[in-house]
Design a protein. Structure first.
Length: 438
């Protein structure tokens, strides 16, 4: 389809509403260079509103612009640097789990375990919430609730008969969705209330002395140009948005990177050699903050994996004013689907797009590309505010895993993509794992 229609094409989402599908960087730029095209007020995004609320992902206009300014300091390098320890600690837990599978000579289920790992990281960095998430797994009530919410969101989006609120709220799944929302909101609200009290009594500097500043600390102390802070409702929305955007997407990216290494042993070996060189002479596999920029080939592999298996396959935007795409003027209110997956596989943009070739991301090669040819974190004013957070997390966790293990595909297992709000698999991702020798 992309080869036949490499720029854009008209379509329908079921029989509900018309949309324009685009998969070319020039058209993506028209939509992403401006903050005006907004997330849809209906369709797939709307079904997440009861959970993540009016945070950065779904808000628009002045509220989005104000909150984006207030949240930006939360992702400054000075804030991200202490998270390196969190990433290493979470990475050490999943390395131990992989080691047990290698000892037994059994496949390791990548996707579910990586998802727990990234959930562990995001909870610690968002709210300093630590409760053995990776060990308790799906039995942890918070993990179970958030996992179900994500699945239910997608299920509703794909089920036209559930799009009507009055019907959805009468169904068992609708009632369960509401219960899960109430549960996760109660956790967030209790932590927000407790933290606000501590900061009011002791000050943020006292908090800083005891531990790193987390996302919640930044939100509670942020003030706009009028001296106004965020309300508890706004803070809850942003925390829940951060958990949603930073958990599933990063889990998808790490999992597909491990799959790419298993599928491409030469690239795996080259990345391992680089990691070995960075850690040479050390007694520990701890990846320091200053090590991260040295992992250049690993970074190229991550980016190439995100091109091939992009964590967020599409972005939908609703036009706030008319826009001309490929000679066709679309009226205000039109919906445009930027198919990132297809853009990343567009043969008019990427040579041999189905091949895993990390060298595409050498500076001399990627600099020749349109800046909107590779947009795993979106682009422009509404790009992912946490992309540096996510990239650092991926590099540390992947480096910890590749340092210890050789990965390979099981010829008896077929791994199939499941395209949804986040790129997943139909039936997990079991990979063969072996301890590295030497």
């Amino acid at each position: 389809m992309t080869a036949k229609y490499p720029r854009s094409v008209g379509s329908w989402l079921g029989c509900l509403y018309p949309l324009v599908i685009t998969r070319h960087p020039e058209n993506a730029a028209l939509l992403l260079k401006s903050s005006e095209p907004k997330p849809m007020s209906f369709g797939v995004y709307r079904y997440g509103l009861p959970w993540i609320g009016d945070g950065l992902l779904l808000s628009s206009g002045r509220k989005w612009a104000r909150n984006r300014r207030l949240l930006t300091p939360a992702f400054h390098f000075d804030i991200l640097k202490p998270y390196t320890k969190v990433n290493n600690e979470a990475g050490a837990i999943i390395v131990d789990k992989i080691g047990k599978a290698a000892d037994k000579g059994v496949n390791f289920e990548v996707f579910s375990n990586v998802s727990l790992c990234t959930f562990d990281v995001i909870l610690r960095c968002a709210m300093s919430y630590e409760d053995d998430v990776q060990i308790k797994g799906e039995s942890h009530p918070y993990v179970q609730a958030v996992t179900e919410l994500g699945d239910m969101w997608v299920q509703r989006a794909l089920s036209p008969w559930l799009h009507f609120d009055f019907i959805y709220h009468l169904t068992a799944v609708g009632r369960r969705f509401k219960q899960n929302c109430e549960f996760v909101h109660s956790i967030s609200e209790n932590i927000i209330h407790s933290r606000r009290t501590i900061i009011a009594d002791q000050g943020v500097e006292a908090v800083r002395k005891g531990r790193y500043l987390d996302f919640l600390d930044i939100l509670l102390t942020a003030k706009d140009e009028d001296g106004q802070g965020l309300t508890d409702q706004e803070i809850r929305d942003e925390v829940d948005t951060f958990l949603f955007e930073g958990h599933d997407t990063t889990a998808s990216s790490i999992s597909w990177a491990l799959y790419s290494f298993a599928e491409n042993p030469d690239a795996q070996k080259k990345a391992q050699d680089e990691i070995d060189a960075v850690l040479e002479g050390r007694d520990s596999d701890f990846i320091e903050w200053d090590d991260i920029p040295k992992l250049k080939y690993l970074t190229m592999c991550i980016k190439e994996s995100m091109r091939l298996h992009c964590p967020v396959p599409f972005i939908e935007r609703e036009l706030t004013k008319e826009l001309t795409i490929d000679g066709v003027t679309l009226p205000k209110g039109s919906v445009v689907d930027i198919q990132i997956y297809n853009l990343h596989h567009n043969p008019t943009v990427w040579e041999e797009p189905m091949e895993f070739r990390p060298d595409r991301f050498l500076p001399e090669n990627i600099d020749k590309k349109d800046s909107f040819a590779f947009v795993p974190f979106s682009a422009g004013p509404r790009n992912c505010i946490g992309q540096n957070f996510a990239m650092h997390e991926q590099k540390v966790i992947l480096a910890r895993i590749l340092r210890k293990f050789h990965l390979s595909l099981d010829p008896n297992v077929k791994i199939e993509k499941k395209v949804s709000v986040v790129m997943k698999t139909q039936n997990g991702m079991p990979l063969k794992v072996e301890h590295r020798r030497g």
